[in-house]
Design a protein around this ligand. Sequence first.
Ligand code: NDP
Ligand code: ZN
Length: 351
Amino acid sequence: MKGFAMLSIGQTGWIEKDIPACGPMDAIVKPIALAPCTSDIHTVWAGAIGDRHNMILGHEAVGEVVEVGKEVRDFKPGDRVLVSAITPDWNSIAAQEGYPMHSGGMLSGWKFSNFKDGVFAEYFHVNDADGNLALLPEGMDLAAAAMISDMIPTGFHGVELADVQFGDNVAVIGIGPVGLMSVAAAAIRGAANIYAVGSRKNCSDLALEFGATDVINYREGDIVEQIMEKTKGQGVDKIVIAGGDVDTFDQAIRMLRPGGVIGNVNYLGEGDFVKIPRGDWGCGMGHKTIRGGLMPGGRLRSEKLARLVMTGRIHPEKLITHTFQGLEGVEPALMLMKDKPRDLIKPLVLL
Ligand code: NDP
Ligand code: ZN
């Protein structure tokens, strides 16, 4: 089969591989919709997780099951399925501890395009199929369905990590597709003011549509000053970080109230240390909590998020700004993510 791969750090290309083998609990799936992710960019061009050779890229897919193992109960060939980007081993100790995304070691629930071949191929392998696939609901738009792999669950996980409660004033730093879904999630959780930090116009417009009360442009002035001014010097209760870099934590701590929580889902591609300002962190005693996490993945989460799509509470299809046809489309779609033109939010590939 054909797949689009990371050949080594900074190098990509088409390769040929054998169709993956199906274990007793697994499924083999062929993609019907795919999307590249900013994480693929950190992985290939920043070498953020180290070198990988001839590893097929991609972890966001909707597909059709072509084969299942003999232990798989709930899926059969021909089923159209939502595929979670994170596919934990659900019978692991880490999953029992509540951290399925770290089953097999830190970040090891993230298998596609990290520890094994990803989904940018004619076929891909899904471990623990009953735990990691969900049926594609009848009538669901494929653009929305593809966002259930990663953009919605990651954006929503940022809000879980930040423990957003009703009435909270919340800042969402970074409003690419992930942060935009965090804005939507914060609104669903009943946040009061939602300050969305970005600079692209279409992202800013969509943030307001998804429930942001204010848009803060980080290119037009210090975001701490802008948010302190909007909150009359109080700062915000909760912060989701879905963009920026290792220095963003410095800004976040400075605009966070004592007792506040930061939920980071940004994949820090570069830099050795995260910066935390000692004084604004209350000299270590300010009760300003920083949590960072890979989203949990799995079937239940996909099914619940699918309900939110089907009831019209969220509109992830609005993230899609560019659409390509055919498997070959993953290459230009990925390059678009790399170049990030100002009119891009998220590309989609339909097969
Ligand atoms: P995008 O690059 O599309 O969006 C990043 C956002 O951050 C944009 O709004 C951008 O603004 C903004 N930004 C960039 N620099 C700064 C800065 N210095 N200060 C404030 N805002 C800034 O990324 P995605 O939405 O696709 O992904 C967000 C992150 O989430 C990525 O790092 C991705 O790898 C990660 N991720 C993590 C996952 C997880 O499970 N934890 C899963 C999936 C993704 P502008 O408008 O100027 O572009
Ligand atoms: Zn992703």
